[in-house]
Ligand binder design. Structure first.
Ligand SMILES: *Cc1c(COP(=O)(O)O)cnc(C)c1O
Length: 376
């Protein structure tokens, strides 16, 4: 059996270990320290827009803190993109709030701003004001943030932007994570850069990020003893992990280039095949191409995405269906949903292909060969 080809695996740049060694040498083995501060500064510079950043233990922690900071309370409703990873929606449940799921649009596969407005109007007509909106940039493709923010401002509902998959993506040069009232990043092992596990909360307001750091370190009031007037969390990033992050930030531009070149290779090779469709960037949109995804139209192609997935699996190549929408998940059964079937169709026909920045040319050719043989 040939060695496994993964969809997306960690890709170190070289200097990560130096930052980690520094942490050992200076005994900063804690959820604070010079690497945490340095990593936050690296991210602030990269995101621009006057962003402030708090490094956290995970993207999920960032989403949870984001909802807390936006004032979401038990029993509130939060509008959430249905097509996403469960980590987008779970924190809504941590708070005891209720997710209201909204379907995707065809251009970006992210939340439809038209259905978003339908949902808001209908909730308001029922006497309920949604307390937050959570759009997601799936696979690195930016959601239609200008349209979403216009609607959010009009109805005065804050936006928590899940940019976990979209570090380095942008719309007209403005980076994902900086559009919402609060943005969230992830540095899990499979993301475009990794700290092994980790995340960050982003805001244009330094006071919001200060509050995030306070809540993330057990909400300790200023006092010589342990004094608390709020419920706190243990969500800060470790100085060890942040060292990995500092090394990764030195190569992020390359990582994006490499992911985009993997995408281009797939398009060059498979773009002409009837029934295989790629997700193109709308004008002004820039995707980090975290994962290359295809839609398989079985009538045109003569096979389904599951046929292709199994053919790849047989050759020890990992691929996966697109995210299964939250409104179809057993755990969210019975939740309110506004949709027109777009995300259901995407789930049924979509496949994520091996897309790592460390995918060698030989491995990529092996994947393409298996696809060629399968199609013949
Ligand atoms: C990875 C991911 C998260 C969660 O981030 P973690 O750092 O793994 O907690 C949230 N939302 C989306 C869309 C993700 O892909």
């Amino acid at each position: 059996m040939k060695p496994k080809i993964w969809m997306s695996s960690p890709h170190m740049g070289g200097t990560e270990q130096q930052f980690v060694n520094e942490a050992f040498d200076t005994n900063w083995i804690a959820p604070l320290g010079p690497n945490v501060n340095g990593f936050e500064q690296d991210l602030e510079l990269f995101l621009d827009q006057g962003s402030h950043v708090a490094a956290l233990s995970s993207g999920t922690a960032g989403l949870h803190l984001g909802l807390v900071l936006l004032g979401v309370k038990q029993g509130d409703e939060v509008i959430c993109q249905s097509m996403t990873f469960s980590a987008t929606a779970n924190p809504i449940s941590y708070i005891g709030a209720k997710p209201v799921f909204v379907d995707s649009e065809k251009d970006t596969w992210n939340i439809s701003h038209e259905l978003l407005e339908v949902a808001i109007k209908d909730r308001l007509a029922k006497g309920i004001t949604p307390r937050a909106i959570v759009p997601v940039h799936l696979y690195g493709m930016p959601a239609k943030m200008d349209e979403i923010m216009d609607i959010a401002r009009h109805y005065q509902i804050p936006v928590l932007e899940d940019a976990a998959e979209a570090l380095g993506s942008s719309i007209n040069g403005r980076k994902c994570g900086t559009f919402g009232d609060i943005g969230v990043l992830s540095f899990n092992g499979n993301k475009i850069i990794t700290t092994s596990g980790g995340g960050a909360l982003v805001s244009a307001h330094s006071s919001v990020v200060k509050d995030a750091r306070f809540l993330a370190t057990q909400a300790r009031d200023e006092a010589p003893h342990y004094q608390h007037s709020q419920i706190g969390y243990n969500y800060r990033m470790s100085n060890i992990c942040a060292g990995i992050g500092r090394g990764q930030m030195q190569v992020i531009a390359d990582r994006i280039k490499q992911r985009r070149s993997v995408y281009n290779r797939y398009v060059d090779h498979l773009g002409g095949i009837s029934g295989i469709h790629f997700l193109h960037e709308p004008a002004g949109y820039f995707s980090n191409r975290w994962l290359t995804t295809v839609l398989i139209d079985k009538d045109e192609a003569g096979f389904t995405r599951e046929d292709l997935r199994l053919a790849l699996e047989k050759e020890n190549i990992e691929s996966r269906p697109l995210w299964k929408p939250m409104h179809m998940q057993p755990v969210f059964e019975g939740c309110t949903y506004y949709g027109d079937g777009t995300s259901e169709k995407l789930f049924e026909t979509g496949l994520c292909l091996p897309s790592g920045s460390n995918l060698s040319n030989d491995d990529l050719e092996r994947v393409l060969d298996v696809i060629d043989t399968f199609i013949k």
